[in-house]
Design a protein around this ligand. Structure first.
Ligand SMILES: [Zn+2]
Length: 273
């Protein structure tokens, strides 16, 4: 299908469309069947030009219309290919979801990376990007291929889908059948998190944004370690190290230092509940 036909279709789309359905429809329309999905190729099919230029480091990318043409500008300061892929997919989300009323979207790094944007358009563009790069039916089938629960499975999936550790971890956790959560902490405080349905339903499981890490959590040990040789810690800790509860359960905590200063990602799994 030509880019012109897509542009015409786009003008009829509306904000009420589910981002997931919109992403799946695009994959079907373009007959995309192989993983990893290549968002640059999708942009090319839609006749959207992608180019890179150094931008203010608060921004990851921008979707813009110049005359009748559309372009995606990527911040050349982004180092990782997986982050570039996610940014292009996010901008494609704006293109498909947000109608023709707005000729430019400048997208903040924190809105793309923390998955905690308060802006509805940014949330929806992120949901679109996640579905485009990690379509739920295929991703769920692949999760079964990796019997280990946690970061090792997430590493394998991130390599297969060419997605970042954090976006893959959030996807994995939200779709998981286990009682589990993924937490990103920075400077010893919980910065953001995502969890499975089982975690949400369990009344002992409750995470609080900005809460200081427990002094005996593995995540804080990594944060405070002066040795860069220790990248990961994995072990059992009381559930109360992470959730304010009197319950005596233990959970598996697998924490890993992230390249960004003083950031740690932790996979929490209440496997014995
Ligand atoms: Zn955006």
């Amino acid at each position: 299908m030509s880019g012109r036909q897509f542009r015409n279709r786009r003008s009829t789309e509306h904000q009420s469309i589910s981002p997931a359905r919109c992403a799946w429809q695009l994959l079907r329309d373009l007959n995309v069947q192989s993983i990893p999905v290549q968002p640059r190729e999708i942009a090319e099919e839609l006749q959207i030009v992608v180019w890179e230029r150094e931008m203010d480091n608060r921004y990851d990318g921008c979707l813009m219309q110049v005359g009748g043409a559309w372009g995606i500008l990527l911040n050349s300061l982004i180092q990782s290919q997986s982050r570039k892929n996610f940014t292009i997919a996010h901008e494609l989300g704006h293109y498909k979801l947000d109608g023709i009323g707005k000729s430019q979207h400048r997208c903040l790094r924190d809105d793309l990376r923390a998955f905690s944007s308060h802006q509805l358009e940014e949330q929806r563009a992120n949901q679109f990007a996640v579905e485009l790069l990690m379509p739920a039916p295929i991703f769920k089938a692949d999760v079964v291929e990796y019997p280990d629960v946690g970061l090792s499975a997430i590493d394998n999936l991130a390599a297969k889908y060419a997605t970042s550790l954090t976006s893959t971890a959030i996807r994995y956790t939200r779709l998981s059948q286990h009682i589990c959560a993924i937490v990103c902490s920075e400077n010893g405080r919980i910065k953001y998190f995502a969890y499975s349905d089982g975690f949400r339903r369990n009344c002992d499981c409750y995470l609080v944004k900005n809460r200081p890490l427990h002094p005996d959590s593995l995540a804080l040990k990594l944060t405070e370690s002066r040795s860069n040789e220790i990248e990961e810690l994995n072990g059992e800790v009381p559930l109360s190290h992470w959730c304010q509860t009197g319950a005596k359960h233990t959970l598996i905590e697998h924490s890993r230092r992230l390249p960004r200063m003083k950031q740690v990602i932790s996979f929490l799994w209440l496997h014995a509940a």
